[in-house]
Design a protein around this ligand. Structure first.
Ligand SMILES: [Zn+2]
Length: 453
């Protein structure tokens, strides 16, 4: 990947990542590009500053990560509803949320080579030129600023949201009135956010444009700590349920000096990345910071009146906030494996079936016309239930390898016997065992293997 570190207007001097990626990282990054998970954005023009495009396989997997989150956080619960708020927002929201004042990194410039650094990450002299002569640190706001409409004056300023959470806070009263939910209840959202990171790094781990999965869970004030604990455990379990090995996960409470300006306590779910433990998701207790500030600034009622007790209060907020792309990357890193099948080396992604880009590959044994009709019949039978690939090129062994490498859990092979016995061979990615299954029983067979409808 192209090293690409700079803040607009500064020279490209800093390396993207001071930690050299180990072998696993290189292999996964290479697989992502080679097989169409992730491409450097604007690749034909040399790539663009830490932005990435998700290819045919990547878009399936990203969608699977988001769907698995939505299923767990919204679909399987009766206390969480969804929202999809705008990305463009007026300065007032970010002034009141504290992001205009507080969402900054301290920056210094090297006076000799004019490279720019984060003061809080810099230890010792300039890593670029070795000089030890820096400007004084000044705050650099991480929000992307733009103008709405044709006139670029102060009145037209808008920001790309740096988090989806404010959408939930400014819609709190709307959701309360339209759904008749009462605390404890949550509002969930999945969507893009933007942060003008000074040092984006580690492939899609930290990028300026990224996608979040956030849920604001509103609770009576005295129940904050209890629900914080609850959501830390729930979120940890979500990764394990999707096949993440527990030894690659840990929970880490933030020290007081790491806390965001709105948070009274935060714990991270961390993954053991090739460069060390790093954040997958933060579960924060945001207290009543946001609702109280927005209520004061807007003059609207953003508190909750409990008719049972006659009490009026600002709910406290527990926020599990995860990143979609870094979650996808962690699952890819954890799933990557090299083993041997029949004396031949293979690369395999042991992805959970719910996350794999394709659940099933339908493979006619031969390109001969007589197999096409029955193969397409099998494909049509499966497509309403799972994401399928249809692959007719090269030998069956090569096709199995290709699908092992992208994590497809099951290959369904149609052969010449299928024409007479109306059965196909189902091959399992992890065990490579093959069983003969009647075409009419194929959907039921997959259901029993996934444990899903
Ligand atoms: Zn320098």
């Amino acid at each position: 990947m192209t090293a690409e570190p700079e803040v607009p207007g500064t020279p490209a001097t800093a390396p993207d990542d001071l930690t050299a990626p180990d072998d696993l990282m290189e292999k996964v990054v290479s697989l992502c590009k080679r097989r169409g998970f992730i491409f450097q954005s604007a690749d034909i023009y040399g790539g663009f500053r830490s932005t990435y495009d998700y290819g045919p396989l990547g878009v399936n997997m990203l969608r699977n990560v988001k769907n698995a989150w939505w299923r767990s956080m919204v679909q399987l619960r009766d206390d969480v509803v969804g929202l999809d708020a705008a990305i463009l927002s007026p300065p007032r929201v970010w002034e009141v949320s504290g992001h205009l004042q507080n969402f900054t990194d301290p920056l210094v410039d090297c006076r000799k080579c004019h490279s720019r650094w984060r003061a809080d990450k810099l230890t010792g002299p300039c890593p670029n030129c070795g000089a030890d002569d820096f400007t004084e640190a000044r705050p650099f706001n991480l929000m992307f600023k733009t103008h709405a409409g044709p006139v670029e004056d102060e009145g037209a300023v808008a920001y790309l949201r740096p988090e989806t959470a404010q959408g939930m806070f400014v819609n709190f009263a709307n959701v309360l009135q339209t759904t008749r939910k009462r605390p404890p209840f949550g509002i969930a959202q999945v969507g893009k956010s933007f942060r003008n990171e000074i040092t984006p790094q580690n492939f899609v781990f930290r990028t300026r444009e990224f996608e979040q999965m956030e849920m604001e869970y509103f609770v009576p004030p005295d129940e904050g700590p209890k629900w914080h604990e609850y959501w830390i455990n729930e979120r940890y379990r979500w990764y394990v349920d999707l096949g993440m090995p527990p030894e690659k996960l840990r929970l880490r409470p933030h020290d007081a000096d790491e806390l965001s300006h709105y948070s009274s306590a935060t714990s991270d779910v961390e993954f053991l990345f090739p460069w060390g433990w790093d954040e997958l998701e933060g579960i924060a207790n945001r207290t009543d910071y946001d609702l109280r500030h927005h209520a004061e600034a807007s003059g609207e009622h953003l508190d909750y009146f409990d008719q049972a007790t006659g009490e009026r209060y600002f709910p406290h907020v527990i926020e599990p906030a995860g990143g979609v792309t870094r979650t996808m990357m962690a699952f890819l890193l954890a799933a990557y494996d090299e083993d041997e099948v029949g004396g031949e080396a293979r690369t395999v992604l042991h992805l959970h079936h719910r996350l794999a880009p394709y659940q099933v590959a339908v493979l006619p044994l031969s390109k001969k016309a007589e197999l096409e009709s029955i193969s397409r019949e099998v494909l049509g039978l499966l497509q309403p239930h799972v994401m399928c690939d249809y692959d007719v090129t090269q030998s069956i062994g090569r096709r199995y390898r290709r699908h092992d490498e992208i994590g497809t859990p099951w290959c369904v092979t149609v052969d010449f016997d299928s024409l007479t016995d109306r059965a196909v061979t189902v091959r399992d990615r992890d065990t490579t065992t093959q069983v003969r299954v009647p075409i009419d029983g194929l959907v039921a067979e997959l259901r029993s293997r996934t444990g899903e409808d």
